[in-house]
Design a protein around this ligand. Structure first.
Ligand code: GDP
Length: 199
């Protein structure tokens, strides 16, 4: 089933207490501000404008929940690491995102988006460390800005560093979109089976 084709906004949570109660399996998206996360979500959903493409990086500090039909959810985590974000906002981000990641038994996996030109920043690595053994897909966004040779070298370097699936991705050329969709649909299928299955 094509779970990733229709998504509707359900709720935004600015504090841990406002997180939506657990329901169907969820896929969360995370990445530095301005990395191309909203564009990637929209490309994966085949939509022009589901997640708002931010004009002011770093300002959205809410976790946004979207329904993918009744079977699954997409969760857009606030972007991190924008230089001008005050320290207080940064710790607010950490508290909120950590509360979500630590508590969510319905989390089928997390898509971490890194800029293909500057992957593996300290904050990217910190997030991945927090994820522990949560299922992970890394998308190297804006891959269209690299030459073929640079793409291959970056893919090899990031794959070797993380030991997780890594894909070159571009919401402009749609490189990596279809392959990533297939993988995420599989996550949701297995995530749903696990939630429904005996505990
Ligand atoms: P977010 O803050 O991570 O959600 O990033 P956005 O999706 O809002 O994108 C930030 C900027 O990067 C915008 O100017 C986009 O047009 C641009 N952008 C996003 N994805 C791509 C891509 O795949 N290729 C190129 N060249 N630019 C992109």
């Amino acid at each position: 089933m094509k779970l990733l084709s229709h998504a509707e906004f359900i709720a935004a949570a600015g504090r841990a207490a406002d997180l939506l109660p657990e329901g169907p399996a969820e896929i969360a998206f995370a990445g530095r501000s301005n990395v191309g996360k909203s564009s990637a979500i929209n490309a994966l959903l085949g939509r022009r404008r589901l997640a708002r493409i931010s004009k002011t990086p770093g300002r959205t500090q809410t976790i946004n929940f979207y329904a993918l039909g009744e079977q699954a959810r997409l969760v857009d985590l606030p972007g991190y690491g924008y230089a001008r974000v005050a320290r207080s906002l940064r710790s607010q981000w950490e508290t909120l995102v950590a509360a979500y990641l630590r508590s969510r038994s319905t989390l089928a996996g997390v898509v971490v988006i890194m800029d293909a030109r500057h992957p593996l920043t300290p904050l990217d690595l910190q997030l991945i460390e927090w994820l522990g053994d949560t299922r992970l897909l890394v998308l190297l966004s804006k891959a269209d800005k690299l030459s073929r040779t640079e793409q291959a070298a970056t893919l090899a370097r990031v794959s070797a560093a993380l030991g997780a699936p890594v894909r070159l991705f571009s919401s402009v050329t749609r490189q990596g979109v279809d392959e990533s969709r297939v993988l995420l649909e599989q996550w949701l299928e297995t995530g749903r089976a696990e939630i429904k299955g005996p505990r």
